[in-house]
Design a protein around this ligand. Structure first.
Ligand code: GAR
Length: 205
């Protein structure tokens, strides 16, 4: 049986597209994207999902209490029989209810080498801090912001002439690569967690 991925997004959806492409070309084998949910009307990621004929739902979050909202999203994921939830530019904190509903089954991608620069505009934070190595992180999600055990990271060297845009673009390229790799590892169950460490078992060829 194919593993079913539920994607939550709020905007552009390039990480969703990278996952969808990896599912299509077999880099994430035996999987399908069961549903894409957005908390924002008009999120371009929803149109991208529709053009791939993937089931979509827009569930506006405005004005709703966190858990009330999360219960609606969890119901949509449940209905779609999602095995794994991938946050792909989903700009909301998850409630303890939601995290408990999908234990160790929620992944997030963040454009920094966590625990440095959590929160918004991570690439700008990195540039302003003056780090020489930026990057991105795929991690399991808990109820804290951009926290949770780290599955994969990729470093990106900062150049003297980088702007937020040029650095973000190079980081995004790495995001797309490591997100697919992390999803594959998690769906294949090729890891164990010791404390905060995610230990990855090699691929059986
Ligand atoms: C990505 O850079 C992702 O890492 C970031 O939002 C962007 C979404 O782009 N996520 C966060 O900052 C989460 N804290 P996308 O919609 O094109 O995938």
């Amino acid at each position: 049986m194919k593993k079913r991925i539920g994607v939550l997004l709020s905007g552009r959806g390039s990480n969703f597209e990278a996952l969808a492409e990896s599912v299509r070309n077999g880099r994430i084998p035996n999987a399908e994207i069961a549903i894409v949910v957005s908390n924002r009307e008009g999120a371009p990621g929803i149109d991208k999902a529709k053009s791939r004929t993937i089931q979509t739902r827009v569930i506006p979050s405005k004005g709703l209490e966190r858990e009330t909202y999360d219960r609606q999203v969890a119901a949509a994921l449940e209905e779609a029989n999602a095995d794994l939830v991938c946050l792909a530019g989903y700009m909301r904190l998850l409630s303890p209810f939601f995290v408990a509903a999908y234990p160790r089954r929620i992944l997030n991608i963040h454009p920094s080498l966590l625990p440095a620069f959590p929160g918004l505009e991570a690439q700008r934070q990195a540039l302003e801090h003056g780090v020489k190595l930026a990057g991105c992180t795929v991690h399991f999600v808990d109820e804290n912001l951009d926290a949770g055990p780290i599955v994969l990271q990729a470093g990106v060297a900062v150049r003297d002439d980088d702007t937020e845009e040029t650095l973000s673009e190079r980081i995004l390229h790495e995001e797309h690569r490591i997100y697919s790799e992390a999803v594959r590892i998690v769906l294949e169950g090729r890891f164990r967690i010791e404390g905060r460490r995610v230990l990855i078992q090699p691929e059986i060829k």
